[in-house]
Design a protein around this ligand. Structure first.
Ligand SMILES: Cc1ncc(COP(=O)(O)O)c(C=O)c1O
Length: 397
């Protein structure tokens, strides 16, 4: 084990792959008393502990040893049906259970789509900024990224149209509901305009929607895929509403694409944990989801408000931030000359961390930005953490 062979070299695709700054920070601060605005974690005391315990007992008593077997690669059919009926149909997406593939977190969905859809050098259009771990996941398949600018209402239709006209993307990756990292929600008009642009070019859509339930004001409208239909893949997860520890997500898409995705998943992990799939199915059947979601919304709304109020109180002029109507994140922009790494170098020893904006763009263009999570810290910790963050920002002005 100690004599590493010189014969081995790491692959080209791995050499170029950046590490996730969020995961690195989580590791660096593990076991330390930290106010973390870095991750996208739910608050542990809001996870449905009692319901999970009861669901687990019921599954074991009812199904005995078979509850602990492998699952098919596609996933538990009952869970797939529940996702289609309870989570996708209400958002306007009509798919059969057979069109839903259960994945090990929606993160695996990103990887499988990359495996199946991207040749090396293929182009991927995506919002700018976008989810850092999607950039990382697709990155393994060596695409060329085409970042498309956004405003408060979502991706800019003209910029997307230009990208479609001048380039040749394989698909457009979008997070229209309370986007990661900006928290932005596409307006209804913008949804229609974006679908029109996609339809003109018949550009496939990968719509990632982990935050749709976490609305603190307006509900998101129908998914883009609801009107775009046949050319879309939608991805979801129970991580933000039930528990990230389950590692249960899904990809739903055109029937003909399910088979290659299943083959890619077979090669990766055979199947997602069958026991957990059954527990999640039981929860979707038995838990009062609207009531649980209402509890999450009430708590996170207050935490968001605490963060926005603390930012308004402490940040100096010249610093800007989004005011998200849902989700888990505020996107903060410093004056262009100020590097968020310098801020992090000063807040880390004081026990406050955040995600660097540069990780959320393939070209690293947001060096002066940061993503702040408000769901994992108490209101008091948020106030304290933002005060420290603002002190260190001011010290660099
Ligand atoms: C936009 C987006 N997609 C996918 C994921 C992955 O979620 P999971 O793998 O926990 O389902 C996340 C997690 O933060 C996310 O923000």
């Amino acid at each position: 084990m100690n004599n590493d062979s010189d014969q081995l070299t790491i692959t080209r695709r791995m050499r170029g792959l950046p590490s996730s700054c969020v995961r690195d920070l989580m590791k660096a601060t593990e076991g330390r008393d930290t106010i973390s605005f870095a991750g996208g974690l739910p608050r542990p005391d809001l996870l449905p502990l009692a319901a999970v315990r009861e669901a687990t007992d019921r599954v074991l008593l009812r199904e005995g040893g078979s509850a602990l077997q492998y699952s098919s690669t596609e996933g538990n059919l009952e869970l797939r049906a529940l996702i289609a009926e309870q989570l996708l149909a209400p958002r306007g997406v009509r798919v059969s259970p057979e069109q839903v593939l259960i994945t090990s977190g929606s993160q695996q969905g990103l990887d499988l789509l990359g495996k199946v859809l991207l040749e090396a050098g293929a182009q991927v259009a995506l919002e700018n900024p976008s989810y850092l771990a999607a950039i990382q996941a697709f990155g393994l398949y060596e695409p060329e990224y085409l970042p498309v600018e956004m405003d408060e209402e979502g991706v800019l239709p003209d910029a997307l149209a230009r990208c479609c006209r001048d380039q040749n993307p394989s698909f457009f990756y979008a997070i229209p509901d309370f986007q990661n990292p900006t928290g932005r929600l596409y307006s209804r008009e913008r949804r229609e305009e974006v679908v029109e642009v996609l339809a003109r070019r018949r550009l496939p859509l990968v719509e990632d929607a982990p935050y749709s339930h976490l609305a603190y004001g307006d509900e998101p409208g129908p998914m883009l895929a609801a009107s775009y239909g046949a050319h879309s893949f939608v991805m979801g997860t129970v991580s933000k509403v039930l528990a990230p520890g389950f590692r249960i997500g899904w990809v739903a898409g055109p029937q003909r694409w399910i088979e290659p995705l299943v083959k890619a998943k077979q090669a990766t992990d055979l199947c997602t944990g069958a026991f957990v799939q059954r527990i999640v199915a039981e929860l979707l059947r038995e838990l009062d989801l609207p009531e649980h979601v209402a509890r999450l919304r009430a708590a996170y709304r207050k935490q968001r408000d605490a963060m926005l109020a603390a930012l308004a109180e402490h940040m100096p002029p010249g610093v800007m931030w989004t005011r998200p109507a849902g989700g888990m994140f505020v996107w903060l922009t410093l004056p262009a000359w100020l590097d968020a790494r310098e801020v992090l170098a000063r807040t880390l020893p004081r026990g406050v961390v955040f995600a660097l904006g540069e990780s959320f763009s393939p070209d690293g263009c947001y060096r002066h930005a940061m993503r702040l999570n408000f769901t994992n810290a108490s209101e008091a910790a948020i106030r304290q953490g933002i005060a420290i963050l603002a002190e260190e920002v001011k010290a660099l002005f």
